[in-house]
Design a protein around this ligand. Structure first.
Ligand code: FAD
Length: 500
């Protein structure tokens, strides 16, 4: 990203207007553009994207091995069949998105190198005014729009999250965050320590291990993993029968969703059984002598954090082959040559990779104002995790934690288009979610129930996020299986929307 500091101010005349403005050209923004084109054909729209191309997450992350941990039948769009192996590389996902853009002529709606800085709502005009900077020229540009569709994801793309450890400044080796992967990475003959044990660490370790001296995955606490072949037997069977790919996509999606639903329910109803199944699979790969208890047995029940899928057990193969190992311990401090651990052990390191997660980025680091007053997002209550009380004409795509993000991006797409068409039918220009009389005394709770799900980036940023209530309308339920049936039937005149 080329961030130019010298910016110009747009003149009053240079305001381009669109009915809908989409923020971000990741999988959500490109999906939003598709849905608008198909479901609201009369609306003008533009997608503004900071980066030089589409893809979002899949463009930003360039570390070795970068891949999905969801299957692409559900991470792919509902409307475009996925025809390859279920776990996909970033390059494959970008190619798929590129086809969606080309096949639906969406490219003409997308403006790259546009970073949005501020969004101001005027109730007098019923419009948002968007101030953006062209990151290639520094030019300031201004847009107005009736409806803002926030597809900016949930984390800051410019840099990842690295905790502060004592002595970090003393370390003489290289420190790398996977979100800013150096093109010239060379681990040959080097001791590499990867801090973290989430999906990123689990992907990186086997990808770099063959070309490094040794790779140690240093984790404070273990994570659950699932392993399996990177293939779906049902898809293979259907393809062998020469079934049309559109059918394969739909049938396999339904099967995966049903299996995931069963798995999620079991992780609540019989957590111990599920835990033993997961650990049994790890033992089968690592052998009876390996200390699975210490390194792969989390203290929480399955599904409280996302469970990464390890295709073809590549992480475990790396460990078995001796090129990679796992250390479960806490960092005491960095020294010039490595990391001292609380147990007293020392890890020699030439390179340290901090796979320690993201910085939550609420609403794309955009300064929001409503009628001249700064929007305090955490004072609002969310309408189904996509709109917010007191915030007119705005929707945010925030996907699922346990199911593929795109499942929700498609559902939000349908909902926003239905709402826009409903407003057109009613002849209104403004819609604001508002608590009804019966909701006024409802409990205000944090954005998510941390007993249910508690990833680090959410815990660190919870105070920035809107509140939820204790009714399904006023929370992000994280339940695709209910939302897919309930949302199409939502009564848009049930009093939760105030039109104007
Ligand atoms: C390494 C990695 C792997 C993942 N794997 C999976 C997976 O397998 N399955 C799954 O369900 N989820 C996965 N996720 C979560 C993933 O981020 C989402 O699933 C999904 O890609 C998010 O898409 P998005 O379009 O909503 O947001 P993003 O991909 O974050 O894209 C947002 C876009 O908005 C742009 N933007 C942000 N702010 C502004 C601004 N102010 N002005 C202009 N543009 C802006 C950004 O530049 C970016 O291109 C993964 C995340 C990571 C980091």
């Amino acid at each position: 990203m080329n961030e130019l500091t010298e910016i110009t101010r747009p003149s009053a005349q240079q305001v381009e207007h669109f009915d809908v403005l989409i923020v971000g050209a990741g999988i959500s923004g490109v999906g939003g553009a598709y849905h608008l084109g198909v479901q609201c054909p009369g609306k003008s729209f533009v997608v503004l994207e900071t980066q030089e191309s589409f893809g979002g997450t899949w463009l930003t992350h360039k570390y070795p091995g970068i891949r999905s941990d969801s299957d692409l039948h559900t991470f792919g769009y509902r409307f475009k069949p996925w025809t390859s192996a279920p776990i996909a590389t970033a390059a494959e996902i970008l190619a798929y998105m590129g086809e969606v853009i080309a096949e639906n002529d969406l490219g003409r709606h997308i403006r790259y190198h546009h970073r949005i800085n501020s969004a101001s709502w005027s109730s007098r005009d019923n419009l948002w005014t968007i101030e953006a900077t062209r990151t290639d020229s520094g030019e300031a540009v201004r847009f107005s729009t009736n409806f803002l569709w926030m597809c900016q994801g949930y984390y800051r793309h410019s840099e990842g999250y690295t905790p502060e450890w004592p002595g970090m400044g003393d370390f003489k080796g290289k420190m790398i965050h996977p979100q800013n992967w150096p093109e010239d990475f060379d681990g040959a003959g080097k001791n590499v320590v990867v801090i973290g044990s989430g999906a990123t660490a689990a992907t990186l370790v086997p990808a770099i291990a063959p070309n490094c001296g040794h790779v140690t995955m240093l984790q404070r606490s273990p994570t659950y993993f699932r392993t399996g072949r990177n293939a779906i037997p049902l898809a293979e069977e259907l393809r062998a029968l020469e079934i049309d790919e559109r059918w394969v996509h739909e049938i396999v999606r339904r099967k995966i969703l049903r299996d995931q639903d069963t798995f999620t329910r079991r992780s609540f109803s019989e957590p111990e059984v599920v835990k033993q199944e997961l650990l049994g699979a790890v033992r089968a790969h690592l052998g009876a002598d390996y200390d699975v208890e210490t390194h792969f047995t989390p203290s929480y029940r399955p599904w409280r954090q996302r469970i990464a899928f390890i295709p073809d057990a590549d992480l475990f193969q790396g460990i078995k082959g001796g090129k990679a190992s796992v250390v479960t311990d806490e960092i005491s401090k960095f020294t010039a040559n490595g990391i001292e651990l609380k147990s007293g052990k020392f890890l020699d390191a030439d390179i340290v990779i901090t796979a320690t997660g993201f910085n939550l980025n609420v609403l794309g680091d955009i300064a929001f104002e409503i009628d001249g007053e700064p929007l305090v997002f955490s004072d609002t209550v969310t309408y189904r995790g996509m709109m917010f009380t007191g915030v007119p004409n705005l929707a945010w795509v925030f996907g699922y934690f346990r199911a593929s993000w795109t499942l929700r991006a498609d559902l939000v797409g349908d909902f926003v288009c239905r709402l826009l068409n409903h407003m057109a039918e009613k002849g209104v220009r403004k819609v604001t979610p508002s608590l009804r009389e019966e909701d006024r005394d409802m409990k205000r709770l944090p954005w998510i129930d941390t007993d249910n799900f508690n990833p680090g980036y959410i815990m660190r940023g919870m105070h920035l996020l809107p509140k939820r209530g204790d009714k399904p309308e006023w929370q992000h339920t994280q339940d695709y299986w209910t939302e897919k049936d309930e949302w199409p039937a939502i009564d848009l005149d049930d009093g939760t929307f105030v039109y104007g």
